[in-house]
Design a protein around this ligand. Structure first.
Ligand SMILES: O=C(O)CCC(=O)C(=O)O
Length: 506
């Protein structure tokens, strides 16, 4: 085969670096090109040689001079790649593709000397799976190649990307301009099109969105898990920060992808917010709400006299945020994630579980629930003042404070009833919420499907009384909707313990 270099007029010299069965070379042969077809697998090369032989018998000896098969790993032993007209790397992922190109010196050389002897390959044609599009484009930008064309192709139900790139004229400063987010994940050429006109582009963007949401979900879970570790090493703190940065990057990518399929992210956010506001307001149906006033509602009048009362703006915004910072920044109470014993209805057994939230308490009498005893702890002033205010508004008296801290939407409290004997019959329990709004579910014990929900807002006061603890369960579910997962909330509940653990009403 004649050398590939020299760029003969009208004859393209092609190096196909992962040639498989050499079908590309044979196809190009018909158009007059000469191809050096390389593969690292001896079996593939053998099949390729058989194909060349078969083609030779049909179209003549010329084929053999136009398609040369070579066994080789990447472009390392292929000096021809340096001045071929086109180097093709097809059918491999972005990592392998980068290794192959770098082995032939087609990556960016680090020293100025190496750059001056940099290869003069005119064009790259790369064909990675579509999911590797961003990594492929990043490699090209970082290695001095400019994307000239991109196409999407579907073969055997798998979407592929074909990218054609040329060397930057300014080879000394190739990566001075990083790709924009849009150019990296959609592509500078594909991004020019509109998804509504191209079903393939729409499918490509939709698949990227699915992938992105999954990796973001995984990153959020890892960040949440690490952030909740009580004792963190320096490197774990750094990992949390790094994950948060990654998640912010994914959010930006999501906006770009959504915009490409005609979704206005800001509008979507506004709609989600309005939807939540509506849900919150609807949850107050049946309460005669006026700011600062407790409004009562019997939850299921036909089943029990159990009542809920709700008071919006029991604390002003500034009172609530002051209370939040005093309980979080220099806490007068100890926060801990504790183990409790829970009934597992599916397994019909009791099991020790770690509470999915932080807990703290204060009060003069020990409180025993779910297999744990909260020993007496002096009530700090900030909570004593709050207790006085709660007692004034409710007309009740309390002697125990239990605090639950939900660090984000994945912290929760399972459905349960506060029906310990020490609370006596028809206990009155008051709860002040500060921080992120959370849904509070109240479910009839006798009919699992009969459930009401009320959203507990920052600075609100909620009271459960009469027979509610006997007829109903209550709990705070995990947040599943993406917008509301972030955000801390503390709930401060006030109870009256009529006696120490073991006390019972006659
Ligand atoms: O956080 C909440 O709103 C619920 C608290 C609660 O159910 C409890 O302390 O028993």
């Amino acid at each position: 085969m004649a050398p590939l270099g020299g760029r003969e007029r009208g004859v393209e010299g092609v190096v196909d670096a992962c040639c498989g069965h050499a079908l590309l070379g044979l196809g190009l042969c018909e158009r007059g090109a000469r191809t050096l077809a390389i593969d690292r697998s001896a079996a593939e090369c053998e099949r390729a040689l058989e194909n060349v032989d078969r083609a030779r018998k049909v179209v003549g000896d010329d084929v053999a001079s136009r398609v040369e098969i070579r066994l080789g790993d990447g472009l390392g032993e292929c000096p021809e790649a340096r001045d071929a007209d086109v180097v093709v790397v097809a059918g491999v992922g972005a990592n392998t593709m980068a290794k192959v190109l770098e082995s032939g010196g087609l990556g960016l050389c680090s020293s100025a000397d190496e750059r001056s002897t940099s290869p003069s390959t005119a064009r790259l044609v790369l064909n990675p799976p579509a999911k590797d599009g961003a990594a492929t484009r990043r490699w090209l930008a970082e290695n001095g190649w400019t994307i000239r064309d991109e196409k999407l192709v579907v073969e055997n139900e798998i979407m592929h990307l074909v990218v054609s790139a040329e060397r930057d004229a300014e080879i000394d400063t190739p990566s001075s301009m990083p790709l924009s987010v849009r150019d990296e994940i959609i592509g500078p050429v594909l991004g020019e099109g509109t998804a509504s006109e191209s079903p393939l582009l729409k499918l490509y963007v939709t698949k990227r969105l699915e992938w992105l949401r999954e990796v973001r979900r995984q990153a959020s879970l890892s960040a949440q898990r690490l952030a909740k570790k009580q004792e963190k090493s320096d490197s774990e703190y750094q990992s949390v920060e790094a994950l948060k940065e990654k998640i912010a990057g994914y959010d930006e990518m999501e906006s770009v992808l959504l915009a490409a399929i005609g979704v206005d992210v800001e509008e979507q956010r506004r709609n989600a917010h309005a939807h939540l506001e509506q849900q919150i307001l609807r949850s107050y149906d049946g309460f005669d709400l006026k700011p600062g006033i407790l409004a009562y509602k019997t939850v299921d009048p036909e089943e029990s006299d159990g009542r809920l009362a709700y008071c919006r703006e029991f604390l002003s915004e500034s009172e609530a945020s002051e209370l939040m910072s005093s309980l979080v920044s220099s806490p007068p109470v100890d926060w801990a994630q504790r183990s409790i014993v829970c009934w597992q209805p599916q397994e019909n057994t009791k099991k020790e579980v770690v509470q999915p939230r932080l807990v703290s308490w204060a009060g003069d009498i020990a409180y025993k629930y779910s297999g744990q005893t909260l020993e007496p702890v002096p009530v700090p002033d900030v909570l004593r003042r709050l207790q006085t205010k709660v007692e004034q508004v409710t007309g009740e008296r309390f002697n125990h404070i239990l605090l639950n801290r939900y660090r984000d939407g994945s912290d929760s409290m399972a459905l349960h009833a506060d029906d310990e004997p020490e609370l006596g019959r028809n206990a009155c329990i008051a709860a002040v919420s500060i921080g992120h709004v959370r849904r509070f579910d109240v479910q009839l014990k006798s009919k699992a499907k009969k459930k009401m929900s009320i959203f507990l807002e920052n600075g609100s006061l909620m009271v459960m009384d009469r027979s509610l603890q006997h007829s109903h369960y209550h709990g705070v579910p995990k947040v599943t909707c993406a917008q509301d997962v972030e955000g801390e909330r503390i709930n401060i509940t006030f109870r009256l313990l009529k006696g120490p653990p073991g006390w019972r009403e006659d």
